[in-house]
Design a protein around this ligand. Structure first.
Ligand code: PNS
Length: 160
């Protein structure tokens, strides 16, 4: 059974993330989406909330699980007996950051391989940070994130 782990901050999940999850679920027997702590980012949603939002929008996929882990990705991978990290690549600008993380993870655990999927061109401009900015200034986030979580994002940004 080939398990892929799809890691990220997911603050919040976007349609770009969801596209990678859907495609990953076709390629691998199981995809474990894991919300990890990125020490460089301050969160809009608590990690437990991010997990709940991701579960809500991935419930149609029988081979997708969602978890939270506070620690190194490679330690999570060992716990799950998984060796494949799934990542999406949007543009050349992502490459350096992703290249560094893939090499670091492989250095920490040589069994671990990172597999990149090219993002759907439709989502190449999309990021969680951009979604938060658009929402903060009253722009429309429909088509950027799944419909089921639009209200959660707008309410949180408004501080409700
Ligand atoms: O969505 P992001 O913020 O680009 O995801 C980055 C993330 C969370 C995958 C990365 O920060 C991470 O793996 N954090 C866990 C700590 C870790 O394992 N770091 C080593 C890789 S450099």
């Amino acid at each position: 059974m080939k398990i892929a782990v799809y890691p990220g901050s997911f603050d919040p999940i976007t349609n770009g993330h969801l596209d990678i999850i859907a495609r990953g679920a076709k390629v691998f027997d199981e995809v474990i989406v894991v919300v990890l702590v990125n020490v460089d980012k301050k969160g809009l949603f608590k990690v437990e909330e991010r997990v709940e939002l991701i579960k809500r929008v991935t419930k149609e996929f029988s081979n997708v699980r969602v978890e939270f882990f506070n620690g190194l990705l490679v330690d999570f991978m060992r716990q799950k007996k998984a060796t494949v990290i799934l990542k999406g690549l949007r543009a050349v600008s992502d490459f350096e950051y992703e290249f560094q993380m893939a090499l670091m993870n492989n250095k920490l655990d040589p069994e671990v391989e990172t597999v990149f999927m090219m993002t759907n061109a439709q989502y190449s401009y999309l990021s969680s940070s951009a979604v938060k900015q658009v929402a903060k200034f009253g722009g429309c986030i429909r088509e950027l994130v799944p419909d089921e979580i639009i209200v959660d994002i707008i309410s949180r940004i408004k501080g409700e």
